[in-house]
Design a protein around this ligand. Sequence first.
Ligand code: SAM
Length: 301
Amino acid sequence: MKTRHQQTSTAPDPGAKKDAVSLGDILTQVRRSIRSVPNVSATESEQLVSAACSFPVSTLYAHPELPLPHSMEQRIMAWLDARRNSVPLAYLTGSCEFWSLPVKVNPETLIPRPETELLVEQALMLLEPNQPALAADLGTGSGAIALALAHERPQCVIDATDISSPALAMARHNADQLDLAQRIRFHEGDWCAALFKKNYDLIISNPPYIAANDPHLPALRHEPHHALVSGNHGLYAIETILDQARRYLRPNGWLLIEHGYDQGPQVFERAIELGYIEVQTIHDLADHPRVCKARWPVLTR
Ligand SMILES: C[S@@+](CC[C@H](N)C(=O)[O-])C[C@H]1O[C@@H](n2cnc3c(N)ncnc32)[C@H](O)[C@@H]1O
């Protein structure tokens, strides 16, 4: 079951001067200013001010008259500037939420996307709640997928890999914070080459799948390029994982890979060509094909 983790609150500085800007005024200013920034949700102003001041959002509404210390005002203005330059809010606050778990991120890690929760949902349908299982999360980044699986399936052990050691350091930190480190093992390396076992019940991955010439890339410039972009029109990492995972799945083991909304048919075809069975394309709530689910067969000689 998902749990909500609440933000801690810090009391406003009682020493703040009377002529200081008030919480309500600064929120109005941020709202006005953030409106012109593309791809920013309406609730971001509240999130930005609340995180910059370490107040719960409710305080913004309950105490708009509170005078803000100058240091907080400066931080809000600096974050607003960064936000106008398309720096994601999660990099400013240093955290985000995935599967209702608090996940720390930094510019070395991709910010986990809500779309990727579809991958987790699919995995949970394959992993029995009280059955021991061995899973691998390839390209774990902040650890988001591995953390969600370990949180939901207490009997599951997960090997989480990444080619980026700073990303792995962040994933390890997240596992420690959520008390999940005993069941997530971290390995640095190139996709399946980082794994030591060859009998996974499930291999799961959200690999980079954006083509190098994709017009959306400039808007994502603050996130790590190697976490987003892959060769061969965005399909190189997916095809590599489809190929390699065959040697690491146990017979009847499952592979789940996230892909771009326009890559469904190619990924499906490639999985069939490589010998997977029960291949399926899973659609998201907007009915976009987003996940390839496939099973490695029991091979008979
Ligand atoms: C799209 S991000 C996914 C991060 C995380 N799993 C998530 O869903 O938020 C892809 C991840 O794959 C990692 N990666 C890229 N190339 C890799 C490779 N050759 N071997 C292993 N990991 C790789 C990146 O460092 C990045 O963390």
